[in-house]
Design a protein around this ligand. Structure first.
Ligand code: GLU
Length: 549
């Protein structure tokens, strides 16, 4: 291609390759340090799978003494959504994924290998595109979207592989004169890669998660620079990951089939490709079938779902680590005190390379453990922070009764394995503790009788009255429990479980049924944390009042 054509295609002054390379010197990092990134497109919601991928990359990079950075891939400007970049930045920060470089909270670059927003790197991509043109490895293509579409249909009809390759790569064969004519006519163009590959040749692609894969060489003349002057993902990936010194690219496995192309591009530009690790997308069970967790159909695919429902951040981190690597669970058992971020992460330990199943049962159970290990003060602060955004009237209540709420949350807490495990997400707390507040506790006697089905009303009233007569706020737990037995015995309940089991027909029930009556009257539920502790926190007046039926 003549220099005249090249200048016509790229008339604007572009930085020289030497200038660019000088701005991105090789990083001086210790042996074995890995440079990894998360590179989402700011196209709307933040997918929980992006966090899952980012967590792996962040852990591997930092545990190796390397660098983790954030790059925003916004070259598809049609798909860009305002606020999406902030959501990505906030999400990483919220889950404790520290970026060393990239786009910071104020939109400013952190680090010396930027800009980290692709739309700000237009001239850099163009400089390399121009180089490929000069090296005879690229050419302008004037085919319209309709031309390409029509050709694809013809190929499909003839049972051929669809795409812009070989003899179907029409513009690859244009003469200089034809190119000049098209340019003079003002025809829009894109820049295509002149692939040196042959489809019949096979190459071995090494993937750190999927192993060695035999794949056909790429022979597609893919678009490098689009009509708007911005690069496609392929060119931007090669240029950025080279300049930014990425050593390991971990990304979604939808890119796996493009690796032969990417290797060609790196080679054409004279660079060594990074190592690749392709992760399968998160899946969910839908009517017994596994399918991809989809941003469009599944609310839980979006990270904000977990904010709205108030899942503790650390529970999400622990759950995602568990999904990445099933051995996390054993590690957690043997290292209960350690931070989840200390879990040693490694590509070759990744489980479910074919796709991990997002499972709420497991997340909830991890979340219960996480909340159980928190102090009352930590739970209070987390619930308050959540409520301020998602339930302001509850936030007001938390603030107005802070000492009382902390005492409520402190029930059965801080006692190791026996700590209460009923709380798992902040949105539930209002309902979980509602019975501590008279304004929120308004069960009817009918509701309570329904919970105590099988026991007659007169008996329940008698038990309540007898209990009121003996209840003293200052009693120790032992004395209190003896009094429950005594009230039970007065009303025909066995005070001793063994005696009850030996001859159930001799009693109306056991001491457990007496406790159940009191629990239902005091809390409106059949299950609650320790009843004695609840009464101590509620105070004598409230307890007595509830027993006045
Ligand atoms: N922007 C690409 C995506 O969202 C990033 C892939 C990569 O990490 O290289 O799929």
């Amino acid at each position: 291609m003549t220099p005249e054509i090249i200048e016509k295609l790229f008339p604007n002054a572009l930085p020289s390759i030497a200038e660019i390379e000088a701005k991105y010197p090789p990083r001086s990092l210790p042996e074995g340090a890995r440079v990894m990134r998360v590179a989402p497109s700011p196209t709307g919601k933040m997918h929980v799978g992006t966090l899952y991928q980012a967590l792996l990359a962040e852990r591997v990079a930092h545990q190796s003494g390397g660098v983790f950075f954030l790059r925003l891939e916004d070259t598809d400007q049609k798909r860009e959504v305002a606020g999406a970049a902030d959501l990505i930045i906030n999400s990483l920060a919220r889950y404790g994924l520290r970026i060393d470089e990239g786009v910071g909270a104020d939109g400013q670059d952190i680090g010396l290998y930027g800009p980290y927003i692709q739309s700000q790197r237009r001239e850099i991509y163009q400089a390399y595109a121009k180089k490929l043109l000069m090296d005879g490895l690229a050419y302008p293509c004037f085919c319209t979207a309709e031309d390409v579409d029509m050709m694809r249909k013809i190929q499909e009809k003839q049972g051929l592989r669809p795409g812009y390759y070989g003899k179907y790569a029409h513009c690859r064969h244009l003469t200089d004169e034809q190119i000049l004519e098209n340019l003079a006519a003002g025809k829009p163009w894109v820049l295509r890669f002149k692939s040196p590959g042959k489809y019949d040749n096979r190459i071995v692609v090494k993937d750190l998660m999927k192993g060695n894969l035999s794949m056909p060489e790429n022979d597609m003349d893919i678009v490098l620079i689009k009509g708007d002057g911005l690069p496609t993902y392929h060119l931007a990936h090669a240029v950025d990951d080279h300049l930014m010194g990425t050593t390991h690219v971990s990304r979604g496995d939808e890119w796996l089939s493009s690796v032969p192309l990417h290797i060609q591009l790196f080679t054409a530009l004279g660079w060594k490709p990074p190592k690749f690790a392709h992760m399968a997308p998160l899946q969910k069970l839908d009517n017994g079938n596994r399918r991809k967790l989809s941003k469009r159909h599944d609310p839980e695919a979006s990270i904000t779902y977990f904010w709205e429902h108030g899942y503790p951040e650390i529970a999400m981190v622990e759950y995602l680590l568990n999904l990445i690597n099933a051995s996390f669970e054993d590690w957690r058992k043997t290292n209960p005190e350690k931070s989840a971020f200390d879990f040693p992460m490694n590509f070759n330990k990744v489980s479910n390379t074919a796709g991990a199943l997002f499972d709420f049962m497991k997340l909830n159970s991890i979340s219960k453990d996480v909340v159980a290990a928190m102090t009352a003060e930590e739970v209070y602060q987390a619930v308050l922070a959540w409520a301020k955004t998602y339930n302001p009237s509850f936030a007001d209540r938390l603030l107005a009764h802070d000492a009382y709420v902390k005492a409520i949350l402190n029930i059965e807490r801080g006692i190791g394995k026996k700590s209460r495990k009923d709380l798992l997400k902040w949105e539930d707390v209002e309902n979980d503790i509602s019975y501590f507040f008279d304004e929120l506790y308004q069960p009817t006697l009918a509701d309570q009788l329904a919970l105590l089905a099988g026991l007659d009303e007169a008996l329940i009233r008698q038990v309540a009255a007898d209990y009121r007569a003996v209840y003293r706020y200052d009693d120790s737990k032992e004395v209190w429990f003896d009094k429950i037995k005594q009230v039970g015995a007065q009303n025909g309940f066995a005070s001793d479980m063994k005696a009850y089991k030996a001859d159930p027909s001799a009693y109306r029930g056991s001491v457990a049924d007496v406790a159940k009556i009191l629990r239902v009257l005091i809390t409106g539920r059949v299950q609650s944390p320790d009843l004695f502790a609840i009464q101590q926190v509620m105070g004598e007046d409230r307890v007595m009042h509830r027993l006045m039926i």
